[in-house]
Design a protein around this ligand. Structure first.
Ligand code: SME
Length: 163
């Protein structure tokens, strides 16, 4: 019964990601402004799910600089390779952190954050231009459905703003 419930929950979450991807497609159609697209994306994601923090950091020179976000105030700048965000940029890959305490060099912006998911946005040459950072107050909150759903959202946004 428990496994049935878990798979039912996962199916529901996948459906919700599908719906918000469709909604974003319409909402952002024809828009190529970085701030505008990022702002509407974080608003939609953050209003849909009970995340603590949902936001973008943009690559500016040799740092990540805070972009549009929803949730508590956060660090303005993160160096290349630092924290989860800087590591996702350096490794050019999604990082799912079930327990932030166990991630070496994790940057504490908010003590309530327990788990996080960071997804890089790349331009057409494969260069990382920004990252999407999602934080949760629950340990081990994120799963493959979140990763796949949010990666699809990041791909849609990156095609519009980093063609
Ligand atoms: N925890 C992040 C820092 C950014 S905030 O949580 C918004 C990290 O280690 O990259």
């Amino acid at each position: 019964l428990k496994s049935q419930l878990i798979s039912a929950d996962l199916a529901d979450k996948a459906t919700i990601y599908g719906q918000i991807l469709k909604q974003l497609h319409t909402l952002l159609e024809g828009e190529s402004d970085e701030i505008s697209c990022m702002a509407n994306t974080v608003a939609l994601v953050h209003q849909t799910f009970p995340f603590l923090w949902t936001g973008f950091y943009r690559v500016v020179g040799d740092e990540l600089v805070l972009g549009p976000f929803q949730g508590p105030v956060a660090c303005s700048r993160i160096a290349f390779g630092r924290g989860v965000c800087g590591t996702a940029w350096k490794n050019q890959t999604t990082i799912l952190v079930p327990d932030v305490e166990a991630f070496p060099g994790h940057i504490v912006c908010n003590a309530a954050s327990q788990s996080e998911l960071v997804i890089p946005l790349k331009n057409s040459s494969g260069q990382v231009c920004a990252v999407l950072d999602i934080d949760s107050t629950t340990l081990n909150y994120f799963d493959e459905v979140d990763r796949v759903g949010l990666e699809a959202i990041c791909l849609l946004v990156s095609r519009l703003i980093y063609p």
